[in-house]
Write a protein that binds this ligand. Structure first.
Ligand code: IYR
Length: 227
């Protein structure tokens, strides 16, 4: 049972968490690794609809992420309206066309070759949902006052990680898409000045025929140092 008490004038609740014996901990951590390792960034989506309630659960899961001073400095815009998706695709493709043809240096283009990406972004109209994550760089405090948020970039990044995990857990696929520059998203979605686009995540079922690059993840030796 949750207990409550006041510490220095502020409400606290007792925290209880199920703990596991060593053996179960090992098998759970290995199982989660195996499951998360099946997540891939997908560019070939099916247009099969996904229930709004599923998206609501995914967004609420993302919003369980920790954040600086618990300010939760994020807004998620979930778009299923075909007319808005079309607008987003057209604006994204216009930026991406410029990027691929004149803005990205040869080294960057060479790094992207194994992914076989280009400026065409059909998935922005095909995927049933586009989730656009905005970081809230401040909170409007009334009378033009701006209230602080903290570690906005880190907090929004963590929430996005939770979002991607929740999408994967639901059995859906996603892409972390970064059209650059992204300001057109704030305009199309009519977002206020305190919100800046962070990432565009198409969500849906993978297409019946869906290909992803054959990638290798770094080994533990390459990513970790134990002290
Ligand atoms: N934003 C472009 C280019 C791109 C950049 C990186 I770094 C990628 O990992 C993949 C793509 C695009 O989405 O095509």
């Amino acid at each position: 049972m949750t207990e409550e008490k006041i510490i220095n004038g502020f409400p606290f609740v007792s925290y209880w968490k199920e703990c596991f014996e060593q053996e179960e901990m090992l098998s759970r951590s290995a199982g989660f690794l195996q499951w998360m390792d099946t997540r891939r960034s997908v560019r070939d989506f099916s247009d099969k609809p996904v229930a709004k309630e599923v998206i609501e659960h995914i967004l609420l899961t993302a919003s369980t992420a920790p954040s600086g001073a618990h300010k939760q400095p994020w807004t998620f815009c979930a778009v299923s309206d075909p007319a808005i998706k079309k607008q987003i695709r057209e604006a994204a493709e216009a930026e991406e066309y410029e990027s691929y043809n004149s803005r990205m240096p040869p080294e960057w283009l060479a790094d992207l070759l194994p992914l076989q990406t280009d400026w065409h972004k059909d998935f922005l109209e095909i995927a049933p949902w586009l989730i656009i994550i905005f970081k809230r760089i401040y909170e409007p405090g009334g009378n033009g006052r701006k209230l602080n948020n903290y570690y906005v970039q880190e907090s929004t990044g963590i929430a996005t990680g939770f979002l991607l995990s929740a999408i994967h857990n639901a059995g859906l696929a996603a892409l972390t898409h970064t059209p650059s520059p992204m300001n057109f998203l704030a305009k199309i979605l009519n977002r206020p000045d305190n919100e800046k686009p962070f990432l565009l995540v198409p969500v849906g079922y993978p297409a019946q025929e869906c290909w992803v690059p054959k990638l290798q993840r770094k080994t533990l030796d390459e990513i970790a140092r134990f002290y």
